[in-house]
Design a protein around this ligand. Structure first.
Ligand SMILES: [Zn+2]
Ligand SMILES: [Zn+2]
Length: 470
């Protein structure tokens, strides 16, 4: 290839959702991620509906992992004319299939609700951004690849997925570009995980990276030590059980739910918490847990051995996976202490809203925040302990206790991110770093740390900004 290689940033720049970047190789376009933007309703709809490029002109898409803010707009991309391959790991393929169908279902329901309101005001109905049918169509374009298997995207572009340690199937995308006879390497971290987490392997460190695109969700914040998470969780559960309350946990279906289940299993086995009922109330989480049970290739030895020995890491006697709406509703009448894990993770949709509605005003209860909450989401408002919150259009007083545990975070923190970049820079001569996927103060903080420690050009791109790479 002798044409210019350029990189354009379309989403998850100076915020954390809607990850989408474009590599321009001459007239060919390779998209990195195609996530849904999540935030205020109108702005989200507008941004998700309209791509800043022609989808039909995109040659291929490389997907870092199955979180909706990275894969959630692929059905719409397909619907608007994209028909290339979507390359991802095999686990990401399985997870995307479950997550995208769920996302389409949520959007269909959402628009139904909205259209009822619009009809009352005499406004014409709106269409969902995509339907389940659109989702099924786009899944035919997916192509699963194992970690470490290098594949061609174009004649002069080779890609290899390495472990990112963030969620099941998450990948660091290593892109090798052959230009004028030389190889240049671009590394896109997607979302970067942490070392020593209980389920997944540690993030890998690629060598000879020229251009690094790194996330910055927690560029200026530190997580608690994962080694102390069991103890802290036990403390919270025992306290709430003693006062007869319920624990409501908004949890991402992928990763956080399984980690919490695995942690509670250990706590019950070690008799550090009583054998209380635990419910995973989200059909998606139930499906996703099945996918976790089948991807041995993604695990470290401890988890793999458990699975091989037939000892279910994601099940115990008092744990119930809830599928039907009736079972879910029955949880409202349960008067004894219990733990309810439900999605969506940021409380934007799904069954968690019913559980919050029914439990948020009782001070005996506790809402446990275990994941990142983007600005303007209900989850963020609860995490900030706002005195009143709106659920299904009604105002509720936040009287339940709110506890925040960031020990389970699947993202590298303000130590982990620069540590990773430093380790990569020891394996080769990085020329330029782009900081993405963080709110402005987080991206600024990481960029500052990287300039200081590595002494190189670090850029926080603006939306749709384009850069010549080589
Ligand atoms: Zn993610
Ligand atoms: Zn993300």
């Amino acid at each position: 290839m002798d044409e210019k290689v350029r990189l354009q940033f379309h989403g998850a720049v100076q915020n954390t959702t809607g990850s989408m970047h474009m590599l321009h190789m001459g007239d060919k376009k390779i998209l990195l991620d195609c996530g849904l933007f999540q935030g205020r309703r109108e702005e989200s709809r507008e941004r998700n509906l309209n791509f800043p490029f022609k989808p039909a002109e995109v040659t291929a898409l490389i997907l870092s992992h199955a979180h909706i803010d990275h894969c959630g707009n692929i059905p719409n991309l397909r619907k608007q004319g994209f028909d290339g391959f979507v390359f991802c790991t095999t686990a990401t393929l399985d997870l995307s299939s479950a997550l995208l169908r769920d996302s389409a279902h949520i959007q269909e329901k959402d628009i139904e609700f909205l259209n009822k309101k619009r009809a009352r005001r005499g406004l014409p109905p709106l269409q969902p951004i995509y339907t389940i049918e659109d989702t099924e169509k786009c899944l035919y374009n997916f192509h699963g690849v194992y970690y470490h298997k290098t594949f061609h995207v174009l004649k002069d572009i080779l890609v290899t997925f390495l472990d990112a340690g963030h969620i099941l199937g998450s990948a660091l995308t290593v892109i090798d570009v052959r230009k004028n006879g030389h190889m240049q390497r671009i590394l896109f971290t997607g979302d970067l995980g942490r070392k020593n987490m209980p389920i997944l392997r540690d993030p890998e460190i690629p060598d000879n990276v020229d251009i690094l695109i790194i996330e910055s969700t927690y560029g200026n914040r530190f997580h608690g030590d994962i080694a102390q998470s069991d103890e802290k969780l036990a403390g919270i559960i025992n306290r709430v059980v003693a006062r007869g309350g319920k624990i409501i946990v908004p949890a991402f279906s992928v990763g956080r739910t399984q980690e919490l289940v695995f942690s509670m299993k250990r706590l019950i086995d070690q008799k550090l918490i009583p054998q209380i009922p635990v419910f995973v109330d989200s059909p998606l989480s139930v499906n996703v847990t099945e996918i976790f049970r089948s991807h041995y290739e993604c695990y470290g030895s401890e988890m793999r051995d458990l699975l091989l020995e037939g000892r279910d890491p994601f099940g115990f006697e008092t744990l119930t996976y809830v599928r039907t709406v009736e079972e879910s509703k029955a949880l409202n009448d349960l008067k004894k202490p219990c733990v309810i894990l439900s999605a969506s993770g940021m409380c934007e949709a799904g069954r968690i809203l019913h559980h919050l509605k029914n439990n948020i005003e009782n001070p005996a209860n506790l809402i446990l925040i275990v994941g990142f909450m983007a600005v303007d989401t209900l989850g963020r408002k609860i995490a900030e302990r706002q005195p009143t919150v709106r659920i299904f259009g009604e105002i509720y007083n936040l009287r339940a206790e709110v506890a925040i545990m960031n020990e389970f975070s699947a993202h590298a923190d303000a130590n982990g991110l620069p540590e990773f970049a430093t380790a990569v820079s020891r394996q080769g001569d990085i020329k330029k770093i782009f900081v993405v996927h963080g709110e402005p103060d987080q991206s600024e903080a990481l960029a500052g740390r990287l300039r200081e420690t590595l002494g190189m050009e670090v850029i926080i791109p603006r939306r749709n900004e384009i850069f010549d790479l080589f």
